[in-house]
Design a binder for this molecule. Structure first.
Ligand code: CMC
Length: 427
């Protein structure tokens, strides 16, 4: 696969090291530095600014052009033409399903939506005011204690069963964490509903009255799931791969991914956007400008939440679809949200302000998703949980891809800056 070579000369080493250069099907070429260790050298790349950690055929991003492809299909086409369950099939198996494959997959997912009854008891150990992300981390990790009948990571069918269990049970566990928080009884899943409808039903139905699912909400929910489904080697997916490279079980790996997702620089940003809009308070020009100035101040750690991305140096293509969905939902529901006015003004200032323009800081997917979720009555502390429900398919597809190929335990090295060896002081 190496069609070219890079040569490296290092001051003080009187030899030239040749390194293979590979071309992927799209994107920048990569230099294979694995041979450097044998030459007594390591590469240094904190934050993985220029490191490909693996080969993958699932998702491609061109951050400069604002392109996102899943198995070759552009995200805007998928978001408008497909649905979340079909996207799950595509990400996991590599091709779109035919009608029969789709029906079979959907029915397998539906058959696994319920959780073991003993899992209900787990919840009772948490405080009622626990953040639902902390509940999700714990309960998903705990699934390994219940579903170990098909957990041999070296058997493909076992990996698929675990993947289906996770895709199916995540909405159930997410909704349970909400119900526990608000002190309402859990709802069992309803397999006559589609994925998004079932999630909304489990979240909002109570035994007291019939819950009518608003089709506008269900469509928006499905789109939110789709737009967060995968994003190649982001922090949480890389965490899942790293945990998986040790041979850990899939439920433990996904729980590690949930933990990595929680941070405000990653999946926690959707919650942080709403908190920021709350803090801004009203759409007065001086108030908004105060936050823009704060974000630009190098002595202030504050960042404008929902702006910027490690990979996109252009409009996040997911944000474009999310913005359209946001406008559709609010228009259809007749909601005139003052926070949306603040958000739109922030967006406008940031797109014109030299600081943001120079650094290519555009609104990302989380900037708009929070506003839609809020309009649908979803509490802020559930935003990142919903991101985790969607991203589970991405995580598990990457985990499955890694285990289907040859892989090594992930074990980075370091640039040591501590003491030389020294003797323990004599007593
Ligand atoms: N507000 C103000 N300044 C920013 C922002 C922001 N949101 N994002 C980046 N910058 C500045 C940063 O200070 C730096 O300035 P300088 O060059 O003067 O030092 C420059 O832009 C480059 O940023 P960086 O920190 O080197 O970029 P990064 O790739 O390390 O970080 C990021 C990417 C997403 C963590 C960051 O942009 C950020 O914290 N954004 C806000 C949080 C957020 O919205 N996260 C959600 C990401 S999308 C959902 C997901 O995929 O998880």
């Amino acid at each position: 696969m190496a069609d070219r070579k890079a040569t490296l000369t290092v001051d003080g080493l009187d030899k030239t090291i040749e390194l293979p250069v590979y071309s992927g099907s799209l994107g920048p070429d990569v230099v294979d530095v694995r041979g450097l260790g044998a030459e007594g050298l390591f590469t240094y790349d904190p934050g993985f600014m220029a490191t490909s950690s693996c080969q993958s055929a699932i998702t491609y991003i061109d951050g400069g052009k604002g392109v996102l492809l899943h198995r070759g299909y552009p995200i805007d086409q998928l978001a408008k033409e497909s649905n979340f369950v079909e996207l799950c099939y595509l990400l996991l198996f590599g091709e779109l399903p035919n009608d029969e494959q789709y029906a079979d997959f959907e029915s397998r997912v539906s058959n696994h939506t319920m959780v073991h009854d003993q899992i209900n008891n787990f919840f009772k150990g948490f405080r009622r005011d626990a953040h639902p992300m902390s509940i999700l981390c714990g309960v998903v990790g705990g699934l390994a204690a219940f579903y170990h009948d098909h957990m041999d990571i070296n058997v493909e069918e076992d990996r698929i069963i675990s993947a289906i269990r996770l895709i199916a049970k995540m909405p159930t566990i997410a909704a349970m964490s909400y119900k526990y928080n608000v002190g309402q009884p859990f709802n069992y899943p309803r397999n006559d509903l589609n994925y998004a409808e079932n999630f909304l039903y489990m979240m909002f139905s109570t035994p007291c009255e019939e819950y009518k699912i608003n089709p506008v909400y269900a469509k928006a929910m499905d789109r939110i799931f789709m737009l967060h489904a995968d994003h190649e080697q982001n922090a949480s997916t890389s965490t899942v791969r790293l945990a998986g490279s040790t041979g850990a079980n899939p439920f433990a790996c996904i729980s590690a991914g949930i933990a990595a997702l929680w941070g405000p620089a990653h999946g926690g940003a959707n919650e942080a956007v709403l908190k920021m809009l709350d803090e801004i308070g009203d759409d007065s020009e001086e108030n908004i400008q105060r936050f823009i100035d704060k974000a630009k101040d190098k002595d202030d750690p504050f960042k404008l939440m929902g702006f910027g991305h490690r990979v996109y140096r252009n409009f996040d293509p997911r944000a474009k679809v999310m913005k359209e969905t946001c406008d559709e939902v609010l228009a259809e529901l007749g909601i005139d949200d003052p926070q949306l006015k603040i958000a739109k003004r922030l967006e406008q200032i940031a797109l014109e302000d030299e600081y943001f323009v120079e650094r290519k800081l555009y609104p990302n997917v989380d900037f708009y998703s929070g506003i839609i979720l809020k309009a649908m009555g979803i509490p802020t502390n559930m935003f990142t949980v919903i991101f985790a429900v969607s991203r589970t398919i991405g995580w598990i597809s990457h985990w499955h891809e890694m285990l289907s190929d040859s892989y090594k335990i992930g074990r980075p090295r370091q640039l040591y800056t501590g003491h030389d060896q020294r003797d323990y002081p004599a007593k």
